[in-house]
Design a protein around this ligand. Sequence first.
Ligand SMILES: Nc1ncnc2c1ncn2[C@@H]1O[C@H](COP(=O)(O)OP(=O)(O)OP(=O)(O)O)[C@@H](O)[C@H]1O
Length: 610
Amino acid sequence: MPEKKKIHNFYINEEQSIYLLSHTDAKKHKQWLKICMKQLELLGYKNVEEVGSGAYGFVFSGTDIHVKPHAQWVFKFSRITLAQSVRDRLEDEAYMLSQVDNPLVPKFFAFERIKKQGILMMERAPGINLEQVSLKYGKMSARFITDLALKLRNVLQDLRENKQGISLTPIVHGDVKPSNLVWFEKSNKLSLVDWGSSVFAQEDGYGNAVATNIMDLMSSDTQSSNARMGDVYFIGDEQMEGAKSSPRFDEQGVASTLYALASAQSCRFGAQVIPTTSLGLPIELAKVIDGMLSKDKNIRDEAGDYFMNNMPKMAKAYLPKLDCQDIKSAIPFWHNELIELPDTVVYSSRKSFLREADKSQALIDVNDAQLDRYYREFLLDMGDTEKAFLASISRLAKFPVVGGLSFHWKEKQLFIESSLILNQKELDHSFSTAINNTVKLAQGIKQQGLFKCCLFDARKTIQIERNDEGKFIFDELPQLEYQVMSSIQLNEINRPHSYFEDGNDPDEQLKLPKEVLKCVFALNQIHHTGCIIFESLPDRLKVHHYYRLLDQDKEQEFSNLLQKIMANIIQITSVGVAGFMKLPYKNTREFDLCEKQPDYFYPKNPKKIN
Ligand SMILES: Nc1ncnc2c1ncn2[C@@H]1O[C@H](COP(=O)(O)OP(=O)(O)OP(=O)(O)O)[C@@H](O)[C@H]1O
């Protein structure tokens, strides 16, 4: 087992926002994207645009106008920041894609190398991926989930039989998840993309080796696993532990995907607290998905077999759309319409207590980009519910939102203070669902403690570089921005939350100059909401912030204090992170703890309800 890396502070955003990269890195990144697109234009493709990106690559689309009708192609480039050995896997991906012939899988076209850069060219799947759909609409309906389940079951069946392939060996996709399913609403077309984790199965799911002939069995390495890491938020335990590859891997990916889309979460880990049986699905399907997500391998496998055998029958259920009531967010949030939406990043602190040693995890390949992400997000030694809770906080940051949240778990209750501003009204429904999931998951956490997070706009982050001696380089100090809110109601001022009421954060190590602390103390007396995070790195300082002044009369004083903070940050010499958050008032919401959400199924007789 590899040694655990020590990570103290981190952002739990999926990908580093381009606005948080250093000026040079951001420039390099943009230049690289431009070069890729230029390359494609030189090759004669029109309307070249970026259609997606993931941990391994960037995906562009382009039109071939020399054929009739014009063909839409997709070009996948591996990330230049990855090790060459990881980048070389694009060629393996191309090979595996070329082995699949299925109406739900974009056709392979070519793999080219321009200098060291491999390019995989394939058919373009129309539409947007299901993670994006889920963020737009929230929970998917029982009908949608059931239809999707049947389609995915059929793909898995085809991959097991692999009748069209060169060999008859079953193929494992290895990374089934919402963002690898592209869906076109108009024609209801679904495509399974990203074959970068795909391998030929070594076992059949019942512990028997699979090989087309005895020579294969003799020649191939029968001891070690050929499995590739899929997304750690969606793969099952066996794939995570490096077991031999089998069609069970994809059953796990399918169960995670259905669960995530039915509950509007971005991972599989929440099922103990928000079981599939609480999501309004037909009882049989809900129980099968929960069975597939079980911690017990026998139950998992049995449920997987049931799913494969019975999904065609289950999909025949009559599931008309039910009149859905508007959902109410468990904690309030406000709206603000901005022309330029924030590029939200979440910073969280005080999460040490969420860690829970889980030494049973064995990892197959630490050099993997997915695992790197796992480490970065600190999930390795946490319980499932804690992982799901952190993933739900990450999901909040996928919305254009700024604000802060503080969770306080006591013996019997959970207290939440919040200030959240959503900048796109049409995402109201989906954002409310995301908040409610966060609250439900928090209700399921049993340990007592405190967790806080700030959501800020990375576009506003101030970066000041240091020279070789560590001195800051700047012509003029940038200023901290703030918004002034109009009238406030007096009762809101009554019980302001303080920057300091939670004491020192054991996870934060940066020592701030006294003058900066004095200003933060003084700010504390002015009614406002906001956060400021100092992230001091050897080569630069980043100041993440958002501020909303709620007392117009104090604007001069407020602005002076912010200027004073900036004037004094240049005294920061040590490296680390320190942050402060202020919520506008103590609007503590109290919730009972709840280990598991109650059962809620699709009605047996929907006609009666509609
Ligand atoms: N053939 C395709 N047609 C249309 N869109 C595609 C296609 N292939 C990929 N995409 C889009 O690009 C995104 C990223 O692609 P892909 O998942 O292959 O990259 P990746 O780096 O391997 O991602 P991951 O982090 O999941 O491993 C997908 O989520 C999807 O939205």
